[in-house]
Design a protein around this ligand. Structure first.
Ligand SMILES: Cc1cc2nc3c(=O)[nH]c(=O)nc-3n(C[C@H](O)[C@H](O)[C@H](O)COP(=O)(O)OP(=O)(O)OC[C@H]3O[C@@H](n4cnc5c(N)ncnc54)[C@H](O)[C@@H]3O)c2cc1C
Length: 390
């Protein structure tokens, strides 16, 4: 009798989940586990989104005949102990690229037979490489190789998840504790519902995605952040246009960048980029509160506090204002976004902050977004700035 433990991390779904699907194919018994690591306590909005996602995942696994174990503690210790108790010969996990995730994978690999699977991105980091290098530093050639390379086929939902005799799961709320409500409901079911709601308008994406006042983008980013929807299923959905797939490619691009440069969240990516940041606590506080007096910057920052999400165009303008106009260190801005965004992850947050600050991969590092000109172009009727007025 073969038992495999599936450890969920940023792949909180049953659809197109290669770790889960393979375990159910090769093993007689499967032990699905989530480990809440006290070392990475999520801020309130993300904590609730995570709770919703785990509750939904547990319900889906139960529908398939299985369940979800939820434990708190050091992941390597919990995984080793639970695998021993369940008699699991192998641990299956989705491969992730942050320095933290890689350390976790290394430690789990020391205490159990670990097998890593794709699923966090469309293409795994390192799947496409430039001639003579191990990662792409520029987006357009990455996009070309990424689009031209073969992709795996999305996995089917397993027919059944069979737990070892006598094992049952845990209520995530009992283990993690309650969290204050988040602006949107987390989980695979909610993510798929959001996709179905947006899909009929997906054809307008190229024309609408920069319009600040429109609901023209998918708003799937928190669901992608927690893996509640599969990036591969999205990228291969016949209803989404190429302009949207290109944005998913940006997501993969920053993941492969983080894999190659694990200090993306703490150090300038571009050698020689500026280090002489301004010490401006008052400017920083006004920026955080949405009280700079610059209409579009303030609107974006207030949307962030209210919704745990901000329109991409506003993210670029607010980040440019902080780093290029006030001259404040991008790490201050990235930390504030990380605390308030439901979708915050190191690769996308810090990759984009560095791009905007001119310390990252933008080939025009000195460009500055003029907030009033951006407002005239992307919010000509002032609908967005009025919506978020104090
Ligand atoms: C300063 C700054 C910080 C950012 N921080 C984050 C972050 O922490 N997490 C995050 O997911 N995105 C981040 N972004 C990228 C982008 O703003 C969001 O992904 C997007 O606004 C999410 O909304 P959506 O799901 O409606 O996007 P859509 O326009 O519907 O795009 C679909 C998906 O493509 C991906 N995507 C879109 N744009 C980008 C991009 N520029 N870079 C990487 N992936 C992208 C996202 O996963 C998104 O959900 C940041 C951008 C900036 C300028």
């Amino acid at each position: 009798m073969r038992t495999v433990m599936v450890v969920f991390t940023r792949d909180l779904r049953v659809r197109d989940n290669p770790a889960l699907a393979t375990a159910c194919r090769v093993a007689d018994r499967v032990v699905p586990l989530f480990v809440a690591d006290p070392a990475i306590e999520a801020p309130p909005g993300r904590a609730r989104f995570l709770l919703d996602a785990l509750t939904d995942l547990r319900a889906s696994l139960r529908d398939l005949g299985g369940d979800l174990l939820v434990r708190r503690g050091d992941p390597a210790e919990v995984i080793a102990r639970t695998a021993r108790e369940a008699g699991a010969s192998q641990v299956a996990m989705a491969e992730d690229v942050s320095a933290y995730a890689r350390r976790r994978q290394r430690r789990v690999g020391e205490v159990a037979e670990l097998r890593l699977f794709p699923g966090v991105t469309v293409l795994p980091a390192g799947a496409v490489r430039p001639a003579g290098g191990d990662h792409y530093k520029v987006f357009t050639p990455y996009w070309r190789s990424w689009s031209a390379s073969p992709w795996r086929k999305p996995e089917e939902v397993p027919a059944r998840v069979v737990l070892p005799e006598g094992w049952r799961g845990d209520d995530p709320r009992a283990v993690l504790g309650e969290a204050p409500p988040a602006p949107v409901t987390g989980g695979e079911s909610a993510g798929l519902a959001r996709l179905e709601d947006w899909a009929p308008r997906a054809g307008d994406y190229a024309g609408l995605h920069d319009a600040l006042a429109e609901d023209g983008t998918s708003r799937l980013s928190p669901y992608l952040r927690f893996g509640c929807v599969s990036p591969l299923e999205l990228a291969t959905d016949p209803r989404v246009p190429e302009a949207f797939v290109r944005q998913l490619c940006w997501r993969d691009f920053y993941h492969q960048l983080l894999a190659a440069f694990p200090r993306l969240g703490t150090e300038n990516f571009r050698p020689g980029a500026r280090e002489d940041w301004a010490d401006d606590p008052e400017g920083l506080a006004a920026w955080k509160a949405g009280e700079t007096g610059v209409a579009l910057v303030d609107a974006g920052m207030r949307q962030l506090l209210a919704e745990g999400w901000m329109h991409n165009r506003a993210r670029m303008v607010t980040a440019s204002h902080l780093t290029k106009t006030l001259g404040v260190d991008w790490r201050e801005g990235a930390a504030w976004f990380a605390r308030h965004l439901l979708d915050a992850d190191v690769a996308n947050n810090c990759g984009n902050w560095q791009w905007t600050a001119g310390t990252g991969t933008d080939a025009r590092p000195h460009r500055r977004f003029n907030p009033e000109r951006q407002r005239e172009r992307f919010d000509p009727e002032r609908v967005y700035v009025d919506r978020w007025r104090a």
